[in-house]
Design a protein around this ligand. Sequence first.
Ligand SMILES: [Zn+2]
Length: 160
Amino acid sequence: MEGISILDGKYAATMDMYPLQSKEFNMIYKFYDYLREGRFTTTKCKDCGTRSFPPRIICEECLSENLDWVDLPTGGTVKVVTEEVRGVPIGFDDPLIHALIDLDGELTYFARVINCQAGELKPGDRVKLAVFPIDPLPVDGRKGEIIKQERVFFAFEKED
Ligand SMILES: [Zn+2]
């Protein structure tokens, strides 16, 4: 971190907001495994049928742990667009664009839209899921070794 000596070597641990995604650290690790396959998923309760988003480890309706993974659409239609061109948080490029996206009637979701210039995205545009790698986070492994966990995250981008 040039110029901010107090953050030297500490950026990942102090400022990183992305979760650890492996089975050892995260009970919804399957969400990230499916993302790597290009699938956008969530959990659905096998007992009462409630579908949650984001994915859960316990049903929000009946508290059952008997959950299944189900696919959500990976494409949708933009309803509202927001563009942040000043004061974008550290680690993000400007403009930082978010949109309220109707995932083909299954879910309306506020998500980041990447690979897009300010003024380019409009209500009615079609967007699709975009999965991308994020910086691995070093974690303590066995016998004191440092392991770098590969991670991915998702956003949406305009369809061609
Ligand atoms: Zn339930």
